[in-house]
Design a protein around this ligand. Structure first.
Ligand SMILES: Nc1ncnc2c1ncn2[C@@H]1O[C@H](COP(=O)(O)OS(=O)(=O)O)[C@@H](OP(=O)(O)O)[C@H]1O
Ligand SMILES: Nc1ncnc2c1ncn2[C@@H]1O[C@H](COP(=O)(O)OP(=O)(O)O)[C@@H](O)[C@H]1O
Length: 215
């Protein structure tokens, strides 16, 4: 039996192709599964940062991405504020639109994980049910829910974009923490308050958590 015939027989039996079979012969699902392992036996995951506007999600996401890439681990930030300029530009801040924003973004994160990238997702994602939706899309095992728990008072004091001031003045409807709800995660993998924990320490904490399984 030739090498190709053996491979064909293997695939027909739907047995996983054994190394060192070249992965280019694998069917799409197997290639994807291999990529999800980071291509070299490492799993990929999505670190899902949830918290109020101004909590420090984007800052932490970018710092962690840099740390991972410098450690040789491909990583990519998906940020709500950015995606709303492109992929999600048609969406606003009603509960329905926020859910669609999370759903689409989680689908993108899942694809990136399949390609072997660690994704750091920074979304307010204020409702538990929407984060559960993201978890189910990405996969329970590879969804690392991280609560950026910086208190509302600290976020409002930072107010780098002047949004809290506008929301208090009634100029922004349904503003999370002021006129729209934020439901804190009940069992997050990690909780980080950037009001009391320095950025470097927060990064280190996340990196160490990922190192157990993904780096
Ligand atoms: N009404 C209202 N509520 C909350 N946030 C608002 C609102 N309007 C605009 N913004 C800006 O949108 C950014 C949040 O986008 P997200 O995609 O993360 O939101 S959500 O997950 O769909 O709730 C958020 O960015 P971050 O400050 O980076 O969190 C705000 O700058
Ligand atoms: N660990 C931190 N310590 C102090 N200030 C921080 C920290 N992380 C973020 N900030 C500041 O808080 C503000 C909001 O941070 P940002 O990352 O944009 O929050 P978010 O993405 O949650 O809206 C910025 O001005 C940023 O410089």
């Amino acid at each position: 039996m030739t090498k190709l015939e053996k491979l064909d027989a293997l695939l027909r039996k739907q047995e996983p192709a054994a190394a060192p079979t070249p992965h280019i012969y694998w069917h799409a699902g197997q290639v994807t599964a291999q990529a999800r392992m980071g291509g070299v036996g490492r799993r990929a995951a999505t670190v899902w940062l949830t918290g109020l506007s101004g909590a420090g999600k984007s800052t932490l996401a970018c710092a962690l991405e840099k740390m991972l890439v410098e450690a040789g681990r491909p990583a990519y930030v998906l940020d709500g504020d950015n995606l709303r300029h492109g992929l999600n530009r048609d969406l606003g801040f009603t509960p329905e639109d926020r859910q669609e924003n999370i759903r689409r973004s989680a689908e993108v994160a899942r694809l990136m994980n399949d390609a072997g990238l660690i994704v750091i997702a920074a979304f307010i994602s204020p409702l538990r049910r929407d984060r559960e939706l993201a978890r189910s899309i990405i996969g329970v095992d590879d969804f690392i829910e991280t609560h950026i728990s910086t208190p509302c008072g600290v976020c409002e004091e930072r107010d780098p974009k002047g949004l809290y001031r506008k929301a208090r003045a009634g100029l922004i409807p349904e503003f999370t923490g002021i006129s729209a709800p934020y439901e804190a995660p009940e069992h997050p993998a990690l909780t980080i308050d950037t009001g009391s924990m320095p950025l470097a320490q927060a990064c280190e904490l996340l990196f160490e958590h990922l190192a157990k399984r993904y780096i």
